[in-house]
Design a protein around this ligand. Structure first.
Ligand SMILES: Cc1ncc(C[n+]2csc(CCOP(=O)(O)OP(=O)(O)O)c2C)c(N)n1
Ligand SMILES: [Mg+2]
Length: 554
């Protein structure tokens, strides 16, 4: 049994034939044909989530974990607009999503009909592609559009693709057997770089003594990790990483902010690269952006499968259209080692600063900084660690990459509006993995609805510092008369009652002893999701962090 709307049934049929399975459905009438076609379809795993904003982020987290598109379906009107935050994040973080918005037929728009907006291509500024399939769209054309949409959601780099589906009433009629579709896969020429082009690049590269590689946000890639380890240990190039890069080697330079605050103006030039090579997604560190924008390399090459010109440091001279693994693997043997001076400059400084950091931490009083130091040593290994935007993802950079974690964070657009839903979606996608989210309080209360479907393998650590603590730290708002009310949005809300209303296990702590005491039971809770709310001193945190950077910079 499926919908009698041929193109809705076709969409479900091709979805399954392309090996996709997950769809998150939000209730409505206009999308009844999609609901009926998918919910009853063999091979489809359908979940019901009412809040479309949250549903979008659940789908994002699931797709990121499964590495294939997850679909969302909603009715017409503002329902469709609520997907926008998750779609923007998927667009900039390159995560495959399929967005199916049901719609009123064209002649019902702008005539005063309910739930009717101009929905066609409504996400145009942050979508990979947007299509419309009406009831009159021929089977062939509908098939073509669906095959193309599914292909574009995955290739050459993943991203969100929208299909708008206007339906006439009646909407709930069914047929025994729906239309079957033909899968069309698009042939792709390998993105292989020619040997001569590789040789040209290698010759240019070999001209430079000071080569720096920066790994942006990406998922773990053991093979590429091995090649980059060779680059730093055998070829003496400098490799800068962040927690969100998910790379690990004792000679990669992590904790970038710690090192940068120690670089005096007079010595900025000796740390400056001549050739900068970047790949992957966005970079978190504001300090490295400022440093490289002030100290531009001679050349900056960005490696991107789609040829994206990601000019983060306003110094981009070349984009190399290739997958990072393919590029570094094929150019490896053509590169000659650089002098060890530049690499040693960075590595020695990093080592010195790590000592200073640990010295400061051994004496620091109870604060966000102290709490993060403790948490990263107590979170179980093999955890998928989700870092909330604002200070959690920034504190993580101060402690360096732990190779046993898989780091995730919504750094595509850095919103605080979908952190719980994203982590819950990732946890739902693979229940064998422990997922831990560390979130700030404003981010937590913003996405409370994300708790509605949270699975038992999700644990949330809520750092409640009574508002947007970051605004007490960054220069500007910290000295504004509007700090507390309009920047920090200071409050004294506690999560306890909200959490218990969702039937979730609640733990609380306000000092190191309480935290250490609660953590074992918190992580061993297997029946339910659990939340550990840690209260920290809002006002003191910023001063302690500022003193920390001053101490490192001495
Ligand atoms: C959707 C969205 N709205 C507003 C912002 C601006 N913003 C950035 S950080 C921040 C404060 C977050 O506070 P909290 O989650 O408590 O983290 P903390 O700063 O205390 O670590 C805000 C409002 C944003 N990033 N995303
Ligand atoms: Mg906060």
């Amino acid at each position: 049994m499926t919908s009698n709307k041929r193109n809705a049934a076709l969409l479900a049929d091709l979805f399954v034939k392309h090996g996709l399975e997950d769809i998150i459905i939000s209730p409505g009438s206009r999308n009844a044909p999609v609901i009926i076609s998918f919910a009853g379809k063999k091979g489809v795993k359908a979940i019901s989530i009412v809040d479309e904003r949250s549903a979008g982020f659940y789908a994002l987290g699931m797709a990121q974990q499964k590495k294939k598109a997850v679909a969302v379906s909603c009715t017409s009107g503002t329902a469709a607009l609520n997907y926008a935050p998750a779609i923007a994040e998927a667009y900039y973080q390159k995560i495959p999503l399929l967005i199916f918005t049901a719609d009123r037929p064209a002649d019902f728009i702008d005539i005063g009909d309910g739930q009717a907006i101009r929905q066609k291509n409504v996400y145009k500024n942050y979508i990979k592609a947007s299509f419309e399939i009406t009831e009159d769209t021929s089977k062939n054309l509908a098939e073509k559009i669906i095959n193309k949409a599914i292909d574009l959601a995955h290739h050459p780099e993943p991203g969100p693709v929208h299909i708008n589906l206007p339906f006439n009433e009646p909407l709930y009629d069914t047929v025994e057997k729906g239309e079957e579709g033909n899968v069309e896969n698009f042939e792709r020429t390998a993105n292989a770089l020619s040997e001569s082009y590789l040789k040209t690049l290698a010759a240019r590269w070999n001209n430079y003594e000071r080569v720096m590689i920066i790994a942006g946000q990406q998922d773990k890639n053991p093979e590429l990790n091995r090649i980059l380890s060779g680059f730093v240990n055998d070829k003496r190039f400098v490799v800068l990483i962040e927690t969100t890069s998910n790379f690990h080697d004792e000679n990669f330079v992590g904790c970038i902010d710690n090192v940068l605050v120690s670089i005096k103006e007079a010595e900025e030039k000796i740390f400056k690269p001549d050739l900068l090579v970047t790949f992957g997604g966005h970079i978190v560190s504001k300090k490295i952006k400022k440093y490289l924008r002030d100290n531009k390399p001679v050349e900056h090459w960005h490696i991107s499968p789609s040829g994206q010109q990601l000019d983060t440091f306003f110094s981009l001279t070349k984009t190399i259209k290739s997958g990072p693994l393919e590029f570094f693997k094929t150019i490896d043997d053509l590169l000659k080692p650089a002098s060890f001076v530049f690499a040693n400059t960075w590595i020695r400084r990093r080592n010195k600063i790590i000592e200073r950091r640990d010295n400061y931490l051994s004496k620091v009083s109870y604060s966000d900084l102290k709490v993060f130091d403790l948490l990263f040593d107590h979170i179980p290994t093999e955890t998928v660690l989700h870092l909330g935007n604002s200070t959690p993802v920034r504190y993580s950079q101060l402690f360096g990459v732990k190779e046993w974690f898989t780091y995730r964070s919504n750094r595509g657009v850095s919103g605080i509006d979908g952190q719980i839903s994203t982590a819950a979606g990732t946890a739902l996608a693979d229940k064998s993995k422990l997922n831990v989210l560390i979130t700030g309080d404003l981010g937590f209360f913003y996405d409370l609805n994300g708790l509605t479907y949270a699975p038992s393998n999700l644990k949330i650590i809520l750092i409640n510092n009574g508002g947007g603590g970051i605004f007490r730290f960054i220069p500007g708002p910290d000295s504004s008369p509007f700090l507390e009310k309009f920047f920090e949005a200071k409050h004294n809300r506690k999560a306890e009652d909200f959490v218990k209303a969702f039937g979730i296990k609640y733990f609380t702590a306000s000092n190191i002893t309480d935290i250490v005491y609660s953590l074992p039971e918190f992580f061993n809770e297997t029946e339910k999701p659990a939340i550990l709310e840690i209260f920290t001193p809002g006002e003191k945190n910023a001063k302690i962090l500022r003193d920390y950077f001053k101490f490192l910079g001495k």
